[in-house]
Design a protein around this ligand. Structure first.
Ligand code: M6R
Length: 610
């Protein structure tokens, strides 16, 4: 939610920053801007619209050359989308330029206070308040670090900042509280960014800022301070990604690339978490003890991760017999918890930076509960603040629509549930080994679903002009219906709704007519017969069924206008095999409607606001 990048070194800052912004565009894309320091003057250019608007403007009327600057891509919170509200924001006397990711809760109060001191504001943003507050404090304190310390103490809310200081041509300042920031350590150059993807082209050596830390980033050095202004030592890490991981390669969109990466992601997790046909997550004795001691699990997550949690509930209750609830993070933190120390909270997140899910984990810890994170991005806030972490190893996911990260989350939850079931004595060694044989065969089967790409594209051609689509699933594939509907609506803007198939007759059936496409997810499973009955109810009211079913299933095929056959897998793996065609359906519907599926309107990849 907003991308920040800052550069100081020997290269042309404008090109480093604009390339960095393109890598961070997934974090927000309603406006973009850049500030360069040129002969003790800060020069700002900003434009509403996607980053190419800014790039075009820079090409038409170039800025003077510089080797130091900051830049920003915005997801608007305070103030509409326009050039003026875009970042960077300059302080009144032009001493500081600030870019910001987060929200300042007390900005109205600070703005009023600054107004009384003679400051006026040109934008509606909370960020301009930060620039002016820092300038105000600097002019009174005289020392930069003291002004910064005073400023961060006055700010309430969340903020990652990059700051350019007119009076020092070799300094960009990074500040972190509740929004991510990382410093890349190069050769005679250093770079600051919201996400390492913007750093990868320059260096793999990075230092992650923790909450309450400040970085003074210069061409040949980086110093770190806490919010009291005390110098601190930080350890550098080496990034485990390649540049290609953050590139589209031959694919027209990241979403398609990431859908196609799913067999590889599944294989990676099999390599890491399965040995000799046994899941090995609980070979970590602390994790094993933790799970064996708990009598209840609450999963808290948002969006697609919430849907993965729903599959997890089904598996944990069915196989490991542990009562599991799943809650939206945004609800979980705002209610009274009726829990005891034998309740485990599981936070699921791709980014590890979702503000609602972070709140949920902090809320759980405040109540004395232990938290296990199931997270994709290492070094993320959720990974670092949780008591235990299992990584989902999906690699960098850039497309706003979560695809490979979902499949990886469901796979990890499956392995965890089955291993726990075995450790508890509910699954024999033979049963577990048999299930792992199926798990090992899964990547190849997902490849076969990907080979249906053109067929699914044709089905998308039949539905892309529609205004509503309904998704039905039952049992372990009810979450698949919810996730299929979320994918379609977020990337194509077609209204889509997911229902438990059995609920149809209690109301939603009234929506069915001969204009409504109904996607029925009904692979062979214990819910099969009942879902066939629900499909009959739809068909007899004129509904046009698109079915996702097991190869060879003639009964469902006869009820369907379009069929998507997936290879046969045992029930516990059906949520993985059935979601893949629905991701492709959503992707093609978006493309046919002329929508960029990687950057749907109003959304951003990493939701760092509440
Ligand atoms: O990074 P997280 O998994 O915590 O993100 C949660 C949601 O914001 C995310 O899944 C969102 O719903 C996606 N856009 C869905 O495709």
């Amino acid at each position: 939610m907003c991308g920040i990048v800052g550069y100081v070194g020997r290269k042309d800052a404008e090109s480093v920053l604009t390339v960095g912004l393109q890598k961070l565009e997934y974090r927000g894309y309603d406006s973009a801007g850049i500030a360069l320091l040129v002969k003790n003057n800060i020069i700002v250019r900003k434009r509403a619209g996607k980053i190419h608007e800014l790039i075009n403007s820079l090409a038409e009327s170039p800025l003077p050359k510089s080797t130091i600057g900051i830049a920003h891509t915005r997801w608007a919170t305070h103030g509409g989308v326009c050039d003026t509200n875009a970042h960077p924001h300059l302080s009144q006397r032009g001493i500081f330029a600030v870019v910001h990711n987060g929200i300042i809760d007390n900005y109205s109060y600070l703005r009023e206070m600054l107004r009384q001191q003679g400051y006026s504001f040109s934008s509606e943003t909370d960020t301009e308040v930060i620039a002016n507050l820092l300038e105000y404090n600097y002019l009174r304190e005289g020392e930069l670090i003291e002004a910064l310390v005073k400023t961060v103490k006055q700010l309430e809310g969340s903020f990652a900042l990059a700051i350019l200081f007119r009076d020092d041509p070799d300094l960009i300042i990074g500040v972190r509280k509740d929004s991510p920031l990382v410093v890349g350590l190069g050769e005679e150059e250093n770079i600051l960014a919201s996400d390492p993807v913007a750093i990868l082209p320059h260096t793999k050596r990075v230092v992650y800022l923790d909450d309450g830390e400040i970085a003074f980033v210069r061409q040949n050095s980086v110093e770190f301070y806490d919010f009291q202004g005390k110098p601190i030592e930080k350890e550098a890490k080496i990034l485990d990604y390649t540049e290609e991981d953050a590139e589209k390669g031959p694919y027209p969109h990241f979403m398609l690339k990431e859908i196609y990466e799913q067999p590889k992601v599944l294989s990676t997790n099999i390599e890491r978490y399965v040995r000799s046909l046994k899941p090995v997550l609980l070979r970590d004795l602390n994790l094993r003890k933790l799970l064996l001691n708990k009598t209840r699990i609450i999963i808290e997550a948002a969006g697609t991760s919430y849907h993965a949690g729903l599959v997890g509930k089904y598996l944990l209750e069915t196989y490991a017999e542990i009562p599991t609830e799943v809650e939206y993070s945004s609800e979980f933190s705002y209610r009274k918890l009726a829990t005891d120390s034998r309740t485990l909270v599981v936070a699921i997140s791709q980014s590890g930076e979702t503000a609602d899910t972070i709140d949920g984990l902090r809320y759980a810890k405040k109540h004395g509960l232990e938290v296990l994170a199931i997270v994709n991005r290492p070094e993320s806030t959720i990974a670092r603040e949780s008591d235990y972490v299992i990584y989902t190893n999906a690699g960098i996911e850039v497309g706003v629509a979560s695809t490979k990260a979902y499949v990886a989350q469901v796979q990890v939850l499956t392995l965890l549930a089955l291993e726990l079931a075995h450790v508890k004595g509910f699954l024999t060694e033979d049963e577990l080994e048999g299930m792992m044989r199926h798990m090992e065969a899964l990547p190849k089967k997902v490849e076969r679903v990907l080979a249906l790409d053109a067929h699914i594209g044709h089905i998308a051609e039949r539905i892309y002009k529609t205004t509503n689509v309904m998704f039905l699933g039952r049992g372990i594939n009810y979450p698949t219906a919810l996730e299929g509907a979320l994918k379609l609506k977020e990337v194509s803007y077609i209204h889509a709704i997911g229902y438990a198939a059995g609920e149809m007759k209690h109301g939603p059936l009234a929506l069915v007519d001969n204009a409504l496409p109904v996607v029925v997810i009904n692979p062979r499973s214990s819910a099969y017969e009942l879902t066939v009955s629900s499909t009959h109810e739809v068909v007899s009211r004129g509904g046009k069924v698109i079915s996702v079913i097991t190869e060879g299933d003639r009964r469902m095929a006869e009820l369907s206008t379009h069929t998507i056959y997936v290879p046969e897998v045992p029930e516990f793996l059906t949520p993985i095999i059935t979601i893949v065609p629905l991701q492709l359906l959503a992707y093609y519907a978006a493309v046919l409607r002329g929508v960029d599926p990687d950057k749907p309107r109003n959304l951003a990849k990493s939701v760092t606001v509440r």
